[in-house]
Ligand binder design. Structure first.
Ligand code: HEC
Ligand code: HEC
Ligand code: HEC
Ligand code: HEC
Ligand code: HEC
Ligand code: HEC
Length: 441
C-alpha cells in the first residue's frame, strides 16, 4: 500500500516536474479567458465538447468545480499518460464512463494555456437557446416524383392523340359528305387489321386466334426481359456510391474521430429506419470546427454548405445567427429495397444483435458510402438460415429460451434446439424468418 502510494506520488511529481517552467508561473499570471477562447477554438475542443451538452465528451461548463487545476492541466495535456503512468483513478473512471472514446493529446498547450481555457469555460456566457431548425431528411419523399411526372405526361399525350384522331375523322367525314363516291368508300366494309398486315391466306385466319398468338409471343418476351432485369439490375446496386451534396466522410467521422454510428443514425435501435441525421447534429461540432487553418483563414467550402442550408450566419450577433430560410440537404439515397419488401433495423440491431458492418461493410473506412451487400432476397434468406441468435443472454428470447431448454431436456440431442457446444441453437429461420409474410406486405 505505502510503497505503491509513494511510487504513484513520485510519478506525479516527476510528471509535474517535467512540465515547462511555466508550471510554477501559472499560479501567478492571471488566466486570460479571451486567450482561452482562442485556444479552445484553434484546438477544435468544440468538435467533441459543448459547454452545456454532452457531445462526444462531457459538457464542460462547471468542470472547474469537479476537478482541480492540476488535474485539468494533466488531463488536457496528455490524458493517456495521466491514466497509464499516473493511474489517476478519476481519470480512469472518466475514460471508462465514455466507453474508451479517447480524447486527443494536446502537449502543444502549456499548463498556462490550459488554465486560460478553463477560465474561458468558467466565464463563457450561457448560450441563448438556438432557434430550432428542422432540417428534415427529404429522401424518401420525392423518390417517385419523376415516375409520376412521366406517367402524367404519357396520359396527357395519349389524351391529345385521341382528340386529334377524332378531329381528323370528323374533318374527313365533313369533306366526304360533299363527295358521294368517297362517302360510299368510307361506309364500305373495312378490311381487318390482319388482312392488311399479313400476306395471303394468313390474313384470313380467325383474328381472335391471331391476336392471342401475338399477345402470347410479346407477353412472354416482355416477362423474360422483366425477369432478367430483376435478377441483374437489382444486384447492380451493389457497389453503388453516388456523389453526395456535401463531401461528408465516414472514414473521417466514424473512423478517425470515432463518432458512434448511433450518434448520427439515432433511430436505428428503435425503429425501422436508421435515419439520416439532420444538419443540426453536424452543427454540434461544426459551429466550432470551420477548418479555417486549412483554407487560409476562410471557412471550409464544405462547411459553408451546411451553414447555407441552415441559413446560419457565423458572423451574426449571438442569438441572431439563424435566418428564416433553412432548406433541407438532399442526400442521395443509396440503400433502397423495393416497396414490397419489409426490413426493420430495430429487429436486426437491437433484437438480433447484428453489427452494422455485417450488412453495410466497413463504413468507417469509406470516404464515400457504397452499398456493400446485394440486398437481394437470397442474401436475406442466407443469413436467416445460418445466423446464430444468442438466445441465452438476450431478454427478447426469454420465453423461447425456456421452451428450448425444456425441449432439450426431454429430447436431448434430438431436439432441434440442440447445439453441440451446449448453447441453444436458434437461427432466424427456426423463428419464422423464412415465412413470405414476414418480409412481404
Ligand atoms: C476527439 C474528441 C475530443 C477532443 C478534440 C477534445 N476532447 Fe476533451 N474529452 C473527450 C472525451 C471523450 C472525454 C471523456 C473522457 C474520455 O473518454 O477520454 C473528454 C474529457 C475532457 C475533460 C474532462 C471533463 C470532466 O468532466 O472531467 C476535459 C476538461 C476536456 N475533455 C477538455 C478538452 C479540451 C480543453 C479540449 C481542447 C483542447 C478537448 N477536451 C478536446 C473528447 C475530446
Ligand atoms: C457524424 C455523423 C455520422 C456518423 C457518426 C455516421 N454516419 Fe452514416 N451517414 C451520415 C450521413 C450525413 C449520411 C448521408 C450521406 C452519405 O451517404 O454519406 C450517412 C449515410 C450512411 C449510410 C447510407 C445511407 C443510404 O443512403 O443508404 C449508411 C449505411 C451509414 N451511413 C452507416 C453508418 C455506420 C455503420 C456508421 C458507424 C460506423 C455511421 N454511418 C456513422 C452521417 C453519419
Ligand atoms: C463529433 C463532431 C463532429 C460531428 C458531429 C460532425 N463533424 Fe464534420 N468534422 C469534424 C471534425 C473535427 C472535422 C475536421 C477534421 C480535420 O481536422 O480535418 C470535420 C470535418 C468535416 C468535413 C471536411 C471539411 C473540409 O473542408 O475538409 C466535412 C465536409 C464535414 N465534417 C461534414 C460534416 C457533416 C455534414 C456532419 C453532419 C452529418 C458532420 N460533419 C458532423 C467533427 C464533426
Ligand atoms: C441485417 C442487415 C443490416 C444491419 C445489421 C444494419 N443495416 Fe442498415 N440497412 C439494411 C438494409 C437492408 C437497408 C435498406 C432498407 C430499405 O431500403 O428499406 C439499410 C439502410 C440503412 C440506412 C439508410 C436509411 C434507412 O434507414 O433506410 C442507414 C443510414 C443504415 N442502414 C445504417 C445502419 C446502421 C448505423 C446500422 C448499425 C447500427 C445498420 N444500418 C445495421 C441492412 C442492415
Ligand atoms: C446478417 C444476417 C441477417 C441478414 C443479412 C438479414 N437478417 Fe433479418 N434477421 C436476422 C436476425 C438475427 C433476426 C432476429 C432473429 C429472430 O428474431 O428471429 C432477423 C429477423 C428478421 C425479421 C423478423 C422475423 C421475426 O420472427 O419476427 C424480419 C422480418 C427480417 N429479419 C427481414 C429481413 C430482410 C427483409 C432482410 C434482407 C433485406 C434481412 N432480414 C436480412 C439476421 C439477418
Ligand atoms: C427474409 C426476408 C424474405 C423472405 C422470408 C421472403 N422474401 Fe421475397 N424478397 C425479399 C426481398 C428483400 C426482396 C427484394 C429484393 C429482390 O428483388 O431480390 C424479395 C423479392 C421477392 C420477389 C420479387 C422477385 C424479384 O426478383 O424481384 C418475389 C416474387 C418474392 N420475393 C417472393 C417471395 C415468396 C413467395 C416468399 C416465401 C416463400 C418470399 N419471397 C420470402 C425478402 C424475403
Amino acid at each position: 500500500m505505502f510503497p505503491n502510494m509513494i511510487s504513484r506520488n513520485l510519478k506525479v511529481w516527476i510528471l509535474t516536474a517535467l512540465m515547462t517552467v511555466s508550471v510554477s508561473s501559472y499560479a501567478q499570471d492571471k488566466p486570460n479567458a479571451e486567450n482561452g477562447k482562442k485556444l479552445y477554438e484553434a484546438n477544435n475542443c468544440g468538435s467533441c465538447h459543448a459547454l452545456d451538452k454532452k457531445v462526444v465528451g462531457p459538457a464542460l461548463r462547471g468542470v472547474h468545480t469537479r476537478r482541480s487545476e492540476e488535474w485539468l492541466v494533466q488531463w488536457v495535456r496528455n490524458n493517456e499518460k495521466f491514466r497509464k503512468v499516473t493511474k489517476d483513478p478519476d481519470a480512469i473512471a472518466l475514460y471508462n464512463e465514455y466507453g474508451g472514446a479517447a480524447m486527443n493529446i494536446f502537449e502543444n498547450l502549456t499548463p498556462a494555456n490550459v488554465l486560460d481555457i478553463v477560465e474561458y469555460i468558467k466565464t463563457a456566457p450561457e448560450a441563448k437557446k438556438a432557434v430550432a431548425v428542422v432540417a428534415t431528411d427529404s429522401q424518401a419523399k420525392d423518390d417517385n416524383t419523376t415516375l409520376y411526372i412521366l406517367l402524367l405526361l404519357v396520359a396527357i399525350f395519349s389524351a391529345i392523340l385521341l382528340v386529334l384522331a377524332r378531329v381528323k375523322n370528323t374533318l374527313k367525314r365533313v369533306a366526304a359528305e360533299k363527295d358521294p363516291e368517297e362517302l360510299a368508300a368510307m361506309n364500305a366494309p373495312k378490311k381487318g387489321f390482319f388482312e392488311k398486315v399479313l400476306p395471303g391466306k394468313w390474313g384470313k385466319k380467325n383474328p381472335v386466334v391471331l391476336t392471342l398468338f401475338a399477345v402470347a409471343i410479346f407477353g412472354g418476351y416482355a416477362a423474360y426481359q422483366g425477369f432478367q432485369f430483376s435478377i441483374t439490375e437489382v444486384g447492380v446496386q451493389k457497389g453503388y456510391a453516388p456523389k453526395q451534396p456535401i463531401a461528408f466522410s465516414h472514414q473521417l467521422h466514424a473512423g478517425q474521430l470515432k463518432v458512434d454510428c448511433k450518434y448520427c443514425h439515432s433511430t436505428v435501435e428503435e425503429s425501422k429506419q436508421a435515419s439520416i441525421p439532420a444538419l443540426n447534429t453536424c452543427m454540434n461540432c461544426h459551429k466550432g470546427v470551420q477548418l479555417t487553418d486549412k483554407y487560409n483563414g476562410e471557412i471550409s467550402p464544405e462547411i459553408k454548405k451546411i451553414y447555407a442550408a441552415l441559413d446560419y450566419n457565423p458572423e451574426a450577433k449571438p442569438g441572431e445567427e439563424y435566418g428564416p430560410n433553412p432548406r433541407p440537404i438532399k442526400w442521395v439515397r443509396i440503400h433502397n429495397l423495393p416497396d414490397h419488401a419489409y426490413f426493420n433495423h430495430a429487429q436486426h440491431v437491437k433484437v438480433g444483435k447484428q453489427n452494422c458492418q455485417t450488412c453495410h461493410g466497413a463504413i468507417e473506412k469509406m470516404e464515400v458510402v457504397q452499398q456493400h451487400s446485394s440486398l437481394q432476397m437470397g442474401w436475406c434468406i442466407d443469413c436467416h438460415r445460418n445466423a446464430q441468435v444468442d438466445v441465452a443472454s438476450n431478454n427478447y428470447y426469454k420465453a423461447l429460451h425456456e421452451k428450448a431448454a425444456k425441449d432439450i431436456a426431454t429430447n436431448k440431442s434430438k431436439s432441434k434446439y440442440f447445439a453441440a457446444d451446449g448453447k441453444v441453437k436458434l437461427t432466424p429461420a427456426m423463428n419464422g424468418g423464412l415465412e413470405c409474410s414476414k418480409c412481404h406486405y
